[in-house]
Ligand binder design. Structure first.
Ligand code: SAH
Length: 220
């Protein structure tokens, strides 16, 4: 594990993985991917001492890097086998992006703040991951050039109406759309599976994400 500031973060990372496991999380493929992503390199320098605490942290522009146990749960719900094309909405720090990239075949990630998108692009380049398609812009419109997607993961809180582009761009062969849905300050983690023209919805408990802002999301 890369040391910066003269600190070896590997023991802290191990402890975080054990913490997530101790809460009953048992998806070893996801834990292994998390073990390979140095979260301390993806937060601002002042956040490094807290990088391996199971907590969201500020990353600038009023946004946050998601809580690791929630990243684990969301990634696991996608049931990635390695052959999927995935669309991620809300690159943010790039933490979830890096984990997804280790578990799927093709990844498109979208971010509305250029400064966050560029920061994540540069930090992830140093991790030597396979190629990622980086898109700056309003993710509520999805990204048609690469559709259909086997999975769409939204890491910002969506209003109660699913943005239509997500459903249109989701593969009809069991495509999985995972998004926090609810109010601006409180959401339910919602998984929608598309089979043909049918949609099957499950919810997985409460969560709190920053708002999804855009044409089919919240206003500024
Ligand atoms: N997975 C990220 C979460 C960042 S917070 C991480 O762990 O770091 C959610 C992100 O979604 C923010 O960066 C925010 O700017 C972004 N976002 C909000 N609305 C968006 C939209 N319409 N399109 C793209 N990104 C959006």
């Amino acid at each position: 594990m890369n040391g910066v500031d003269g600190v070896d973060y590997s023991a802290q990372l191990d402890a975080l993985i054990e913490h997530i496991r101790s809460r009953g999380f048992a998806d070893e493929r996801v834990l292994e991917a998390m073990r390979r992503v140095p979260r301390h390199l993806l937060v601002p320098p002042e956040g490094r001492p807290f990088a391996y605490i199971d907590h969201a942290l500020p990353i600038g522009e009023g946004q946050t890097i998601s809580q690791p146990s929630l990243v684990a749960q969301m990634t696991s719900l996608l049931k990635l086998q390695g052959h999927e094309r995935v669309l991620e909405i809300g690159t943010g720090s790039g933490y979830q992006t890096a984990i997804l990239r280790l578990l799927c075949r093709e990844l498109v990630t979208m971010e509305r703040f250029p400064r966050l998108a560029l920061g994540a692009f540069h930090r992830l380049r140093s991790l030597n991951l396979p190629p990622i398609v980086w898109v700056m812009g309003d993710g509520t419109r999805g990204f048609p050039p690469y559709a259909p997607y086997d999975c769409i993961l939204v890491t910002a809180g969506c209003p109660d109406q699913v943005p239509p582009p997500f459903l249109e761009q989701l593969s009809p062969n069991g495509g999985r759309l995972l998004l926090p849905m609810g109010t601006r300050s409180y959401q339910l983690l919602t998984l929608i599976t598309k089979r043909g023209d049918k949609l099957f919805t499950h919810t997985y408990g409460e969560c709190v994400f920053v708002p999804l802002v855009g044409k089919y999301g919240w206003s500024e």
